[in-house]
Design a binder for this molecule. Structure first.
Ligand SMILES: *Cc1c(COP(=O)(O)O)cnc(C)c1O
Length: 328
């Protein structure tokens, strides 16, 4: 299984965007927990735009787009979407045209990721207030109209949480396994966020394929546990179809998934998550944001305090720095 997946990752269409490996280093603010060595995996430093996890997914998604000759890439999301900004930055690097579709009004003063999109020279469509299904339908129509005009176009779907996108974190497991071998870190528990479940799907699938080098804990920042598990399973099935290699075990047997720290859901901070943003930056000199980062750190600390995680523990920082400037 291990050779087959490694072979697949080496052969499948991919564009090079990532500054790999991203750093894995110790955290200083965990010294009060005596039986723990705390680490951080710096996927906020993926080496493109403001950084973040989506760079890994985009390597495989845009790899496919380029291989089928698409020159125009469309992505959709809320105005502060990390995916949108990273897609725009990736297109700049690769010489592709990028158009973004946002559900939301165009603000007079551009901040956070929107400011960056402007600097990148991206074409942006603001649909006003509408839900994500309307926004996605508009994006598909736009792509179809370009196709009709003879411009091959590619839509980055579902916030890059797709079977191909998840290959990014399948490959990340291999990267982290090698890093841990070099640094002699054993039996590490990785704490990662669950939004649409793309990061989680890639991590869980990759961990299975590579012989379970890690223990994986997913902290939901959005949906209840059952919903998140369904999202993860769906994406893993898509990945299995692409690679032709199935994962035998069920998601719940191979990872621990908690929805205890999400508060009222996506983008809704909790008292603990707001405190953690300040504590983390003041202790580590590393910024975390409200939507995807802080709740995971809160969850990780709670697990450590309760004795549920010991030894090497690692916070997977998925980035989102651009949006932090629009969160205060
Ligand atoms: C998109 C995103 C995630 C989570 O991704 P899913 O794959 O949707 O679970 C986590 N962190 C940041 C910063 C993101 O932009």
């Amino acid at each position: 299984m291990r050779e087959r997946i490694e072979d697949f990752l080496d052969r499948t269409e991919r564009v090079q965007l990532l500054a790999a490996p991203t750093p894995l280093h110790a955290l200083s603010g965990f010294s009060e927990y005596k039986d723990v060595q705390a680490y951080i995996k710096r996927d906020d430093m993926t080496g493109l735009g403001p950084g973040g996890n989506k760079v890994r997914s985009l390597e495989y998604i845009l790899g496919e787009a380029v291989s089928i000759g698409c020159k125009k890439i469309l992505a959709a999301g809320p105005v502060q979407s990390n995916l949108c900004t990273l897609t725009a930055a990736a297109c700049a690097r690769l010489g592709l045209e990028c158009e973004l579709v946002h559900n939301g009004e165009e603000p007079e003063k551009k901040e956070g990721n929107l400011l960056l999109n402007g600097l990148l020279g991206t074409v942006s469509h603001f649909l006003g207030s509408c839900d994500s299904s309307e926004r996605n339908a508009y994006t598909e129509e736009l792509a179809a109209s370009y196709e009709k005009a003879g411009i091959p176009s590619y839509v980055v779907r579902n916030g890059a949480t797709t079977g191909r996108g998840a290959l990014g974190y399948t490959a990340a497991v291999r990267e982290m396994k090698r890093q841990c071998e070099e640094m002699q870190i054993h039996n590490m528990t990785i704490f990662a966020p669950g939004g649409n479940g793309g990061v989680a799907a890639g991590l869980i699938y990759g961990n299975e394929m590579l012989g379970r080098p890690f223990r994986i804990v997913i902290i939901s920042v959005e949906d209840d546990r059952d919903t998140l598990i369904r999202h993860i399973e769906k994406t893993i099935h898509e990945t299995e179809k692409i690679t032709g290699i199935t994962m035998e075990a069920a998601v719940e047997e191979t990872a621990e998934i908690s929805d205890l720290y999400r508060g009222a859901g996506w983008g809704m901070d909790t008292r603990e998550s707001k405190e953690e943003i300040l504590r983390f930056s003041r202790q580590e000199g590393i910024f975390i944001e409200n939507i995807y980062n802080s709740k995971v750190v809160v969850g990780m600390k709670d697990w450590i305090r309760k004795g549920k995680a010991k030894g090497a523990v690692c916070y997977l920082h998925t980035g989102g720095f651009g949006s932090l400037f629009a969160q205060y």
